[in-house]
Design a protein around this ligand. Structure first.
Ligand code: EPU
Length: 407
């Protein structure tokens, strides 16, 4: 793959910021919002609650959140993605009550919501789980202090949302430090909350009932950027990824350099090029700023053709290995030992029909298919569409032969 590519706005920031906008009875304008399925899902969830939402230009989402007419979120929409749970923080903060379907388990792990619930309780909410819904009720929310038991992006954001409407200082300790948390904090500040410490392990929020709408541009998607950086290295290509924030992908860039890929900062982005065989490496996924679990499957697909034996230890989600069985169909040599994938490089992969079993596993199939000899067919594209805007156009612009074929 050769050429240059501009990264889209961050999906996971957009989901949180869109939910945050609905805290204020006002209007907001968001720019750089990626047009991917998860974003459309959160928009639909909010529309069903009475919010007006229109895409009025490329990446521009205008929200009219003056009226929220319901406190019960749709089961059919919420079950499609875990981030739907952010409406719990929004509705609780805005209306003092919320009924939100439990997101349940999903293919990458059990993914409970116990931290979210305990955090809401620390802010004065009563929480009951009934008929598959979390029901939250709080005639009066109060500021509180909550220690998040382990780094959790979702818990940090959900509690920030509710706290942004509570006057007095709420202190969240041991929180996630991810850029998406910081992005949400910046947006909440623009809305009128006082948020300090985002990006560190303690965040203090002084909220207000007088939140107002805001204009904001979402940060670039570090996972999308990382996916294309890995794809470029895997295909021994030469690609400049533009508009990403290099600090957001430090752990990835260090690992790519360790494989022998040439990683160069450029004025407009990061260039990666590879001229020789890649070396095997050891990777441990970790909370930000460590190596992102959301880049684990893609990295495995790249290492499938490195010369030697690599190991990827997964420390965030217990069943993130769904990609392995699919990469094996392409001739990949991947063995799972406990929490670790042992990837022994083969000289080349061979094209095969494979499934995108989840979003990032789907990205790994694309990277496998780009390297494989022959024509790879990937099904269950709806999983890839959850988080990648215009994937095939972007790949084609870099020289890949890729087509979406109807079923
Ligand atoms: N956890 C609990 N209890 C909770 C919440 C989390 O035990 O109440 C555990 C989880 O099971 C997991 C760990 O804590 O083992 C971390 O989970 P976290 O809450 O950070 O994950 P999340 O908020 O559900 C977000 C991203 C994921 C990304 C993870 C980890 C969004 C919308 N999702 O999920 O992104 O993998 O953080 O970085 O921001 C993706 O985009 O493909 C994706 C899955």
């Amino acid at each position: 793959m050769r050429g240059r590519l501009r990264v889209a706005g961050a999906k996971n920031s957009s989901l949180a910021v869109i939910a945050a906008a609905a805290l204020a009875p006002d209007r907001s304008v968001l720019e750089n919002v990626p047009l991917c399925r998860d974003v459309l899902t959160i928009v639909e969830i909010l529309r069903a609650l009475g919010v007006g939402a229109e895409f009025t230009g490329p990446g521009r989402l205008e929200l009219d959140t003056r009226d929220i007419t319901d406190h019960v979120a749709s089961y059919d929409l919420c079950r499609q993605m875990r981030a739907s749970f952010y409406v719990a923080g929004t509705l609780l903060g805005r209306l003092g009550r919320a009924e939100v379907p439990l997101p349940g388990g999903c293919v990458i792990g059990s993914r409970p919501v116990d931290f979210h619930i305990r955090g809401f309780e620390a802010l004065g909410a009563r929480a009951v789980t009934q008929h598959g819904f979390l029901k939250l009720h709080a005639p009066r929310l109060r500021p509180g202090t909550f220690f998040v038991p382990r780094s959790s992006v979702g818990t940090t954001i959900n509690l920030m949302l509710a706290a942004a409407r509570i006057s007095g200082a709420t202190v969240l300790q041991n929180v996630a430090r991810d850029p998406e948390v910081v992005d949400t904090a910046v947006f909440l500040s623009l809305m009128g909350a006082r948020v300090r410490g985002a990006g560190t392990s303690t965040i203090t929020i002084e909220g207000t009932k007088d939140l107002r709408g805001a204009r904001y541009s979402i940060i670039p998607d570090r996972i999308e950027a990382g996916t294309y950086l890995i794809a470029a290295a895997a295909t021994h290509g030469d690609v400049l990824i533009e508009d990403l924030i290099p600090e957001h992908v430090t752990a990835l860039l260090a690992k790519l350099a360790e494989t022998g890929a040439e990683v160069q900062p450029e004025p407009t982005g990061v260039r990666v090029h590879v001229e020789r065989d890649l070396r095997p490496i050891e990777v441990d996924t970790a909370p930000y700023p460590g190596f992102a679990t959301d880049l684990h499957p893609q990295m495995a697909a790249m290492l499938a053709t490195a010369v030697g034996r690599s190991a990827i230890r997964e420390t965030i989600f217990e069943s993130r290995f769904g990609y392995a069985i699919e990469l094996r169909r392409m001739g990949g040599d991947i063995r799972i030992e406990g929490d670790t994938a042992i990837v022994t490089g083969v000289p080349h992969l061979s094209a095969a029909p494979v499934e995108a079993v989840d979003l990032r596993a789907g990205a790994a199939m694309v990277i496998g298919g780009l390297q494989a000899r022959g024509e790879t067919q990937i099904t269950r594209l709806e999983n890839i569409d959850r988080g990648y805007e215009g994937l095939e156009q972007k790949l084609r612009a870099l020289g890949a032969e890729v087509q979406r074929v109807s079923a």
